[in-house]
Ligand binder design. Structure first.
Ligand code: SF4
Length: 470
């Protein structure tokens, strides 16, 4: 628990004003980023108008702001920074004036070649205003358009140059496009209600607006959304995709359907498999709320051990807040979670959570439960040990941050003070997701990545770069 997703995006084409719809969709995607939010709408009078603000969606925009931007096509973004510093200048969508008008772009993901592209173009005299990957993408796109490519060809050409994870929404004047990286690392879904078409990082955004989930945007697909229709364009893709498994384990909302699989079902199945893979004699199964809840329900059902909400979550402290020191970080856990002593006292507890990254939070929770009188605490984790960094948009940048990168399971157990510790196996995880192992990115748990990363091993398949014979 406690990891931050890179971003959430949305794009909508309708026959009525869309600013309230984008606002609502972004609120449904708020779990994907709480640092900043932005909306760009194409208006007949002023072209693309962009509003951005720091904080939650409801803090970033006022009712007055939304009523001022009127247009039938627009995009939106919620951000948590994994590439580029946290400030309003890195908030998205990014907007740019070009000869033929305006472009606005929002991006979820992380490029592995952003720096080399930035350096290459700096050498050619380009200046960059931000440190975000998204600026690299919009600059490349504006160059392609300037060179006379049509819009779809320009997007295709940009997709050939960039490497990494990305789901994009792009407004070029009043036209809306969405694109997903060739391995489908980041999620992107297509929804519809009547003549209104929408794309969003997760299907929960459609539920919030009464749209129907039509399908996922396919890896490498570009979609043009219009009021009343969509047009699909395909690009070259490698044989195997690489959906980020962590979306199902932790990032996405449990009620989202990603690449045809309901997140809640995966989490519950993981809990069931954990109960079979690592059974334990205990009195109650307690989830770490909210991240371990579905996993714990699965564990309880499969083991027959009673489910109990033994930890209460303070829902008002869930905001991103940079803790200046270790003591503050520890206080943060105790203000966020509090055990219910009467439920815990004298009990052998199975504590279930989605993942362990640094181990600090888990250590604190185990000690809380012991202080509340638990006679034993057995920790069960719904994700295999995270042994390697993520270079593709999740906030786990170095091995030093990861407790499992250089410690055995038993050493971690000792560190967190648990009586036993078990993680779901990679096989169990893959089975719970229900996809072929080669369709998933598992870089952070195997150390083998779907794209070429200097100093790291490549998953047993060709990179897109090799595939395209660059
Ligand atoms: S390395 Fe891990 S967190 Fe990053 S995209 Fe791959 S599976 Fe997801």
């Amino acid at each position: 628990m406690g990891l931050k997703e890179a971003c959430g995006i949305v794009g909508i084409a309708s026959d009525t004003d869309v600013s309230y719809e984008i606002f609502t969709a972004l609120r449904a995607l708020q779990h994907r980023g709480q640092e900043s939010a932005g909306i760009s709408v194409f208006t007949e009078s002023s072209g693309i108008v962009t509003l951005k603000g720091m904080g939650l969606v409801t803090e970033a925009f006022s009712e007055e702001d939304l009523s001022e931007i009127k247009g039938n096509t627009g995009i939106g973004h919620v951000r948590y920074s994994t590439a580029g510093e946290s400030s309003i200048k890195n908030a998205q969508p990014i907007e740019m004036h070009i000869v033929s008008g305006m472009i606005a772009l929002a991006h979820n993901g992380e490029l592995v070649n952003a720096e080399s592209l930035r350096n290459y173009y700096k050498e050619k005299g380009w200046a960059f205003f931000t440190t975000s990957d998204s600026e690299v993408i919009i600059r490349l796109l504006s160059k392609e358009l300037h060179d006379g490519r049509d819009e779809v060809t320009a997007i295709k050409d940009v997709m050939r140059s960039i490497n990494g994870s990305y789901a994009l929404v792009i407004l070029i004047n009043g036209r809306l496009y969405a694109a997903r990286d060739p391995m489908g690392i980041k999620p992107l879904a297509l929804g519809r209600k009547g003549d209104t078409w929408m794309v969003a990082s997760e299907s929960v955004a459609f539920d919030a607006l009464g749209l129907e989930l039509v399908r996922d945007v396919q890896p490498g697909e570009i979609i043009e959304l219009k009021n009343g229709s969509v047009v699909s364009h395909r690009t070259e893709v490698p044989e195997k995709s690489a959906h980020c498994f962590f979306e199902w384990v932790y990032f996405a909302r449990s009620d989202s359907i990603l690449d045809n699989v309901l997140v809640y079902d995966v989490r519950k199945r993981i809990g069931e498999f954990l109960a079979h893979e690592a059974p334990v004699d205990a009195d109650i199964v307690v989830p770490v709320p909210d991240s371990g809840r579905a996993h714990a329900i699965g564990f309880s059902e499969a083991s027959g051990i009673r489910y109990a909400e033994g930890l209460m979550k303070n829902r008002y402290v869930d905001r991103t807040f940079i803790m200046p020191d270790q003591k503050m970080r520890e206080y943060n856990v105790s203000v966020k979670l509090n055990p219910i002593r009467s439920m815990i006292e004298g009990k052998r507890v199975v504590l279930v959570d989605d993942s362990i990254v640094r181990g600090t939070t888990m250590k604190k929770i185990v000690s809380m439960l012991k202080e509340a009188g638990a006679s034993e605490v057995h920790v069960r984790i719904g994700c295999p040990p995270i042994v390697a960094p993520c270079y593709l948009g999740i906030d786990m940048k170095t091995r030093a941050q990861l407790i499992a990168s250089d410690r055995s399971v038993d050493e971690i157990r000792e560190h967190i003070g648990a009586d036993s510790l078990a993680y779901i196996s990679i096989e169990g995880l893959v089975k719970a997701i229900g996809k072929d192992r080669n369709e998933l990115c598992m870089g952070c748990i195997t150390g083998e990545y779907p794209v070429k990363i200097e100093g790291e091993r490549l998953r047993g398949q060709s990179t897109l770069e090799e595939y395209l014979h660059f």
